[in-house]
Design a protein around this ligand. Structure first.
Ligand code: ZN
Length: 343
């Protein structure tokens, strides 16, 4: 029902693409991250929950049509609906039904609870297209309460020493999850990078509760000694950090589980918190679909394909350009918050 073309996943029966990487007439979008929502298509169809963040990412001229969770749009006999993926605000799985056959494209997803978006909804299907960002058995997330407790402890130690605490996380999704996770932790004041603050406004306007935050330019020297500062990875090592004076820094990502990654990132601390499924959650999610066929995209495709085949499923690796949220979201996030529209 779906095929991979030069522009990405294509449904010929319904004549639409899913997360195309080239401009197309009709693009169904799983979520607003730059590697999935690319500029230039004539029409975007996306989940209503993520409308504000998608608008911020795509710019004022994009034609965006939103649908409610589970609302069926029928096109040439193909029934298309969007269902929560639990990855970031508005992140969706795409369910496609045609002549009794069901395919589900998961986009990026996670099964952990997250107060900043609607939880992942398992769907039954014949063919499941899954990500494999952390598709290796070494990736197993600790309970996130432990991560937030460690983050608070680190902030408190810095504050007692008169140092600011700078936390790096992707401007869309991770930054807001960090903020929501410390909402009642007594941390403050909290300052943000412009790219983060702009998306905070979208999250708040979409009904997500976040603690009070201020744009970093609102603070003066001396205001930052007990501050938590949330910034995108692109701010790492930049002159933008000078205004904060003495500070410790930390990167928040699933990649922080690997010590080597931490060293390469050259930050003081790493906190493991991912917006993707870990290995056990990935396998559980696949099993819950009841799918007999699985396509595995971006990430550790081969180990996942091998495991699935060994367990009796029809599985294949599918090349995509949805590669490396890590890299694509590290670039092009300027302090105005508006410079990452195409990135
Ligand atoms: Zn994503």
């Amino acid at each position: 029902m779906l095929e991979l073309t030069d522009s990405g996943l294509y449904c010929a029966a319904g004549d639409f693409h899913i997360d195309p990487w080239r401009p197309v007439p009709r693009a169904v979008i799983t979520h607003a991250h730059g590697d999935h929502a690319r500029w230039g298509s004539e029409l975007y169809v996306a989940a209503a929950e993520g409308e504000r963040v998608l608008r911020t990412r795509m710019g004022p001229d994009a034609q965006i049509r939103t649908v409610a969770w589970g609302e069926v749009v029928e096109r040439n006999g193909v029934r298309v609906s969007l269902h929560p993926a639990g990855h970031i605000l508005g992140s969706a799985q795409v369910r496609i039904e045609h002549r009794g056959e069901v395919w589900v494209v998961s986009g990026d997803y996670k099964a952990e609870p997250d107060p900043t978006c609607t939880p992942f909804e398992p769907l039954r299907c014949h063919t499941f297209i899954t990500e494999s960002t952390f598709g290796l058995p070494i990736y197993r997330w600790r309970p996130q309460a432990e991560t937030f407790a460690a983050l608070r402890e680190w902030w408190a130690a810095n504050a007692d020493a008169g140092r600011a605490s700078v936390v790096y996380g992707y401007a869309l999704g991770k930054a807001q999850r960090i903020l929501a996770g410390v909402i009642d932790a007594g941390i403050g004041p909290i300052y943000t990078h412009g790219a983060v603050e702009r998306l905070n406004a979208d999250y708040r306007a979409s009904g997500v509760a976040l603690p009070p935050t201020m744009h970093a330019s609102a603070g003066k020297k001396g205001d930052f000694a007990r501050a938590l500062i949330v910034a995108p990875p692109s701010a790492m090592g930049s002159t933008w950090l000078r205004r904060f004076g003495p500070h410790s820094d930390a990167f928040v990502s699933g990649w922080m589980q690997i010590r080597g990654t931490r060293r390469r990132r050259s930050v003081d601390r790493g906190f493991v918190l991912s917006d993707h499924v870990d290995w056990p959650a990935l396998l559980a999610a696949i099993e819950a679909t009841g799918a007999e066929r699985v396509w595995v995209t971006h990430g550790y495709r081969e180990p996942v394909v091998r495991w699935l085949r060994e367990h009796g499923l029809e599985a294949e690796a599918v090349m995509s350009r949805w590669e490396g949220e890590l890299e694509s979201e590290t670039v092009a996030e300027d302090d105005s918050g508006g410079g990452d529209v195409a990135g």
